[in-house]
Design a protein around this ligand. Structure first.
Ligand SMILES: Cc1ncc(COP(=O)(O)O)c(C=O)c1O
Length: 368
C-alpha cells in the first residue's frame, strides 16, 4: 500500500523536538496566542520576505480577515477562480461581497490573466488569485491590471508555502497573502491553523485586532471582531516544523521531477507543468487523464491511494447556486475537474515508492 500522505512518518522524524515544544506549552500554560505564536509569526514573516505575519485559527479565517482589511464588504465584488477549494469562495461570501469567477490557464491551473480584465466592474474591490497545488499564479500581469483599476490583490497561498514567482515568495507579492496550516499542508499544524502575511502596517494592525475580538487593548473593542486566534500549541509546533520546510520542499520537488521523468510522454497521463519563472512546491502532484475515474479505480486496486482536487468546480456547487452559473461557463475549470488525479506526494516518500506509483500509472494508462 502506498498512502497519499503519511503524517505519522513526518512526526516520527522530528519527535523529540515536537514533544519538547508541546511540553513547553503545557508547562507555560500559554494555550492561546503567547510567546511561541509571536515567535512563529516573526519566523514565518521572515521566511516569506514580509514585514508582518498574523497567526489565526485557519486558512479560511486568514482569507476572511485579509479581505476585511482590504475594505471588502457588502455590495463589492471579489474576483477569483472556480477551480479551487470551496473555502476561497466562502471567505468572500463571509464579508458580504459577491464572488466573480475568471477561468484558469489549463497548463498551470491558476487564474488566466488574459480573462481578468473583462470580469472587472466598478464594484470590483479585490482580486484573489489562488496558488493552486503549490504553484503561484502569473502575478505580474494580474498586479498590473489591478493597479490600473485600483483594486487590491490578495494571494490565496493556502497551498503554496515557499513557492516563488520571479524570485518573490508567495505571500509577499500581493498586499497580503493567506496560508493554511491544516495538517496535510506542506507546513501543517497538529490541528487547525492559518496566517496572514503582509508588509502593509495598517492591514497588519487591523487583522491583529480582528482576530482577537477587535481589541487593541483588553476589553476595549474598537472593531466588531472574531475569535480567530491561533492556539499556543500550534504556534510551538509550527515553529519547529518551519525549520524543516525547505528540506521537505526540496524532497517534494525531487519526487515531482522523478514522477515527471518516468511519466513523460506517456499517453493517458499528462504531467504537471512548472512554469519557467516559478518555483512549484508540489503540495499536490496532479496528472490529467481523459479516463481519470478509471485510472483512480485501477490505482486503488494496485494499492496506490490518490486524491481528487477538486471534482466539482465551485461555480457548479449547490451551495453557490445563487450565483446563477451553469455548465459551460468556465470550460477550463470544468475540464480540469473531470481530468485531474492527485498522486501520492509527501517528503518522506522513497524514490522506490515514486517508481512503483509511476509504474502502476503506466500500466493502467495502457488500459485507457
Ligand atoms: C486553496 C485553499 N484555500 C483555502 C483553504 C482553507 O484553509 P483551511 O482549511 O485552513 O481553512 C484551503 C485549505 O484547505 C485551500 O486549499
Amino acid at each position: 500500500m502506498i498512502p497519499f500522505l503519511d503524517l505519522k512518518a513526518q512526526y516520527l522524524s522530528i519527535k523529540p523536538e515536537i514533544d519538547a515544544a508541546v511540553m513547553k506549552i503545557l508547562e507555560s500554560s500559554q494555550f492561546v496566542l503567547g510567546e511561541e505564536v509571536a515567535g512563529f509569526e516573526r519566523d514565518f514573516a521572515a521566511y516569506c520576505g514580509a514585514r508582518h505575519a498574523v497567526a489565526v485559527n485557519s486558512g479560511t479565517s486568514a482569507l476572511h480577515l485579509a479581505l476585511l482589511a482590504a475594505g471588502v464588504g457588502p455590495g463589492d465584488e471579489v474576483i477569483t477562480i472556480p477551480f479551487t477549494f470551496v473555502a476561497t469562495v466562502s471567505a468572500i461570501c463571509y464579508t458580504g461581497a459577491t464572488p466573480v469567477f475568471v477561468d484558469i490557464d489549463p497548463s498551470t491551473f491558476t487564474m488566466d490573466p488574459s480573462k481578468l480584465e473583462e470580469a472587472i466592474t466598478p464594484r470590483t474591490k479585490a482580486i484573489l488569485p489562488v496558488h493552486l497545488y503549490g504553484q503561484m499564479a502569473d502575478m505580474d500581469p494580474l498586479l498590473e491590471i489591478a493597479r490600473r483599476h485600483d483594486v487590491a490583490v490578495i494571494e490565496d497561498a493556502c497551498q503554496a508555502h515557499g513557492a516563488e514567482y520571479r524570485g518573490r515568495r508567495a505571500g509577499s507579492v500581493g498586499v497580503s497573502g493567506c496560508f493554511s496550516f491544516y495538517p496535510g499542508k506542506n507546513l501543517g499544524a497538529y490541528g487547525e491553523g492559518g496566517i496572514v502575511v503582509t508588509s502593509n502596517d495598517e492591514h497588519a494592525k487591523m487583522i491583529r485586532m480582528l482576530r482577537d475580538w477587535g481589541q487593541e487593548q483588553r476589553y476595549h473593542h474598537k472593531l466588531k471582531g472574531f475569535n480567530y486566534r491561533m492556539e499556543g500549541m500550534q504556534g510551538a509546533i509550527l515553529r519547529v516544523k518551519l525549520r524543516y520546510l525547505e528540506q521537505w520542499t526540496e524532497a517534494r520537488r525531487t519526487h515531482a521531477r522523478h514522477y515527471s521523468k518516468l511519466l513523460a510522454g506517456w499517453v493517458g497521463a499528462e504531467v504537471p507543468v512548472e512554469a519557467p519563472d516559478r518555483r512549484h512546491v508540489y503540495h499536490i502532484y496532479a496528472v490529467r487523464s481523459a479516463d481519470r475515474d478509471g485510472l483512480q479505480r485501477l490505482l486503488q486496486a494496485e494499492g496506490v491511494h490518490t486524491g481528487l482536487h477538486y471534482p466539482i468546480p465551485v461555480h457548479l456547487q449547490e451551495a453557490h447556486a445563487d450565483l446563477g452559473h451553469t455548465v459551460g461557463d468556465f470550460p477550463e475549470s470544468e475540464a480540469a475537474a473531470r481530468q485531474v488525479l492527485s498522486l501520492p506526494m509527501f517528503p518522506e516518500m522513497t524514490a522506490v515508492e515514486v517508481e512503483q506509483v509511476a509504474a502502476a500509472v503506466r500500466q493502467e494508462a495502457y488500459v485507457v
